[in-house]
Design a protein around this ligand. Structure first.
Ligand code: UD1
Length: 417
């Protein structure tokens, strides 16, 4: 199993270009299935999750090829078969294919998603909305089968919680239809706007994405299109975390400042200098960070849950006691045990983490518990004195493109084995 060897304690310096967003790329790849023609995606990150999504598209009859960060998809002809189980299970967010398959094929069978490292991952909100849109939903033997039953001219859906995945599935399922869906309490994350921009670029009619009311007017078909995936705001947070922990001066190119406001505010509060010049973000840290009394993860535009492990790592080295409250997922603090092996002082009480900042961390052998928890372990190891190994990096590779090269370019001493 692949691992990273890190010799910590080096200040980071240099320039790096931010990769494309994983959480945008996956639903947009799913949406490509709805295009009766060809799709060219630019700035698509080269990740194991993206490769899994491409395999799902191939299994549905699309012809796909990847050249660097460009992905070409010909979905002129598709097979409306069930997606093979092993492919569905390879990628946690494969459930987003449900809406796209329903739009293109009118029926879909997928395997029910299990739990994940962050706790149970229910899709009740997705299925309830899909029923309300006039699809039948049958769950049995670990499979979910949905089929278009009645055409509705207008459906109002109110989500109990602004779930990102449910919002995406509803947009996808409503795109190719004869009706109109008005979605209330929709997720407002930038990845939702990116998905809507992609679909609209192909001839879709989606209004209000990025606000809490999204209106989808069904269209008969989508046409060939080209789209550039937005930069990854959580990877941007990872660079901020790394510099705050190690000290240094880096420039991250290709950022969208408005997507990372809540994160930048926190790092500035801790004492990092974060400045923007167009889409370049310069992060400078020359002293020990200060504590942040309390941070709560919440939906966009609030502080993102995915950036929580990275902020907690920075706070683990800050002066004083900080609190972090996780409000989105049940089980998000598994990584704290790994940070403790590196010398951090973190106590977890359910959804609350109490972080007593320490002056330094020391090298240790740790493992990735999940994608962002793994990134947090890497940041902690970069800051720790001495050598560390970070095991089970398959989790990290779901969301970070060549993390060892990106960090090496910033003067980190990091090797992949
Ligand atoms: C997406 C992101 C993930 C991020 C999360 C929250 C992708 C591929 N993943 O995940 O990185 O951490 O948004 O910003 O984009 N829930 C239900 N029932 C449902 C759906 C969700 O109870 O039907 C709950 C979940 O268990 C979780 C919360 O709602 O506690 C948030 O989930 P959701 O916004 O749907 O996250 P994902 O789309 O899975």
């Amino acid at each position: 199993m692949a691992k990273l060897h890190i010799r910590g304690g080096r200040r980071l310096s240099g320039e790096v270009t931010l990769q494309g967003s994983k959480n945008s790329a996956l639903p947009i790849l799913a949406a490509s299935l709805m295009v009766r023609g060809t799709v060219v995606l630019h700035n698509c990150p080269d990740l194991s999750d993206v490769r899994a999504a491409v395999r799902i598209l191939n299994s549905l009859g699309c012809k796909c090829s990847q050249l660097g960060h460009d992905v070409y998809i010909d979905a002129s002809v598709v097979k409306c078969d069930a997606v093979p189980d092993d492919l569905m299970r390879e990628m946690r967010s494969s459930v987003v294919f449900l809406g796209a398959i329903l739009s293109r094929c009118a029926s879909a069978t997928i395997s029910a998603p299990g739990g994940c490292e962050l706790g149970p991952r229910p899709i009740d909100l997705h299925l309830k909305a899909i029923k309300e849109m006039g699809f039948s939903v049958n769950e049995s033997g670990g499979y979910i089968n949905c089929a278009r039953e009645s055409g509705r001219s207008k459906t109002d859906i109110i989500l109990d919680f602004p779930s990102v995945g449910a919002t995406e599935n509803i947009i996808l399922a409503a795109t190719l239809s004869k009706g109109r869906v008005v979605l209330h309490n929709a997720a407002k994350e930038p990845e939702i706007s990116d998905l809507a921009d992609f679909i609209n670029g192909a001839g879709g009619k989606i209004y209000g994405a990025g606000t809490d009311t999204v209106e989808i007017f069904g269209v008969n078909r989508l046409y060939s299109t080209e789209h550039t995936i937005i930069p990854d705001r959580i990877v941007a947070a990872t660079y901020m975390s790394a510099v705050s922990a190690t000290g240094g001066d880096i420039t991250v190119k290709n950022t969208v400042p408005s997507h990372i406001n809540a994160i930048v505010t926190r790092y500035r509060e801790m004492g990092c200098e974060v400045n923007f010049s167009d889409d370049d973000m310069r992060v400078v840290s020359n002293r020990r960070m200060s504590r942040i009394t309390k941070t709560r993860s919440t939906v966009y535009p609030g502080f993102p849950t995915d950036a929580g492990p990275l902020l907690v790592t920075s706070l683990a080295l800050a002066e004083g006691t900080s609190l972090f409250v996780e409000t989105i997922f049940d089980n998000r603090f598994n990584y704290a045990e790994e940070l403790k092996l590196l010398g951090a002082d973190i106590k977890v009480f359910g959804r609350l983490a109490v972080i007593e900042g320490v002056r330094s961390l020391h090298g240790a052998n740790v493992r990735c518990t999940d994608l962002r928890g793994g990134a947090a372990a890497v940041v902690a190891a970069l800051a720790a004195e001495g050598e560390s190994t970070v095991d089970k990096i398959c989790h990290i590779e779901r969301g970070y493109e060549n993390i060892q090269n990106a960090l090496s370019a910033l003067s980190a001493d990091i090797k992949r084995e």
